[in-house]
Ligand binder design. Structure first.
Ligand code: MLT
Length: 311
């Protein structure tokens, strides 16, 4: 029997194949403390996490029999992949399970930002009727800069085009042909800074992308740009963003992710043009079932393969 530990809230419906499989025992310990995980990880063959559990080098080094770490989602930045690889542990994820949910959340944030929906809701619910205060801007005929045109960036582009937006895409892997096929324009970061009315981020967090949106970038953006980040907090230097917002260079920001979750850089929430959600991009019933089912399939496949059985 293989023992699989689940340490974050992962859809039980999505894990049903794993529960039903005769070779696996699945145990849930959501919210387990790091020291307890380190003390017990040696008893497990597989670990399933979402994004709360930090699978550090320490934990990986304490894991005697662990064969697989599965991330029910896309980003593996909460897992020390190098340490896992050194120990021969396979790291798997669900690259596409939450694409649509993250895309739809991005569009929801862009629309909420352009029409001040959270602020107007709060005001109307408090009995006020402030129609002038919450006048917004249209997306129609505006330019959207998409930084990262992978799965989510591509789906965002398709929907933005349906709103009548001109779309610029920056991605080292975006070819002219692919851009033409999507009906978007391949651009440099500087071109996006100079031309975009809205900028949305869809890249993984790596050392090359940390603080991609920093003071230098923000000093080149069009006055009144609006920034949406539903990807990873570390992509944006929150201090630099705060300053650009305070100086009115950036007209608004919609943030679903933060550098030090669950903390939000002091000052951001005091601004009337910043809207936030608590990392909800992938939080739909459908996406959570899909990502859990994807990692269940991966785990079953890995343990059923000769390679692992004989290892
Ligand atoms: C991801 O990388 O897939 C997201 O952070 C999803 C999540 O919230 O688990």
């Amino acid at each position: 029997m293989f023992n699989i530990l689940v340490t974050d809230k992962v859809s039980e419906e999505g894990l049903k194949k794993l529960y039903a499989h005769k070779d696996f025992i699945v145990e849930h310990q959501p919210g387990i403390a790091p020291e307890d995980l380190k003390a017990t990880i040696g008893q497990y063959d597989g670990l399933i996490v979402r994004n709360q559990t930090k699978v550090t080098k320490d934990i990986i080094e304490a894991s005697g029999n662990l064969r697989v770490i599965a991330r029910a989602g896309v980003g593996v930045d909460n897992i020390d992949v190098d340490a896992a690889t050194r120990k021969g542990i396979i790291v798997v994820n669900s690259p596409g399970g939450n694409t649509i949910s993250a895309t739809e959340h991005t569009l929801a944030m862009m629309l909420s930002l352009s029409r001040n929906i959270p602020q107007a809701h709060k005001s109307a619910a408090a009995g006020k009727w402030e129609r002038e205060k919450f006048k917004g801007v249209e997306l129609f005929k505006k330019t959207l800069g998409i930084i990262g045109t992978g799965k989510i960036g591509t789906e965002v582009a398709k929907r933005a085009k349906a709103f009548g937006m001109a779309v610029l895409g920056y991605d080292p892997y975006l070819t002219e042909e692919r851009a033409a096929k999507l009906g978007i324009k391949k651009a440099t970061l500087d071109e996006i800074a100079a031309q975009a009315d809205f900028i949305t981020l869809h890249t993984p967090l790596m050392k090359e992308t940390r603080h991609l949106i920093n003071e230098a970038f923000l000093s080149k953006t069009k006055k009144g740009v609006r920034i949406i980040n539903c990807a990873r907090g570390g992509l944006v230097d929150e201090q630099a963003l705060l300053q650009a917002l305070q100086e009115g260079r950036v007209a608004g920001a919609a943030l679903d992710v933060f550098e030090n979750e669950p903390e939000i850089t002091p000052g951001l929430l005091e601004l009337p043009n910043v809207i936030v959600t608590p990392h909800l991009g992938a939080s739909t019933r459908e996406a959570q079932v899909r990502v859990a089912a994807d990692v269940s399939d991966e785990i079953i496949h890995i343990f059923e393969s000769e390679e692992i059985r004989n290892a």
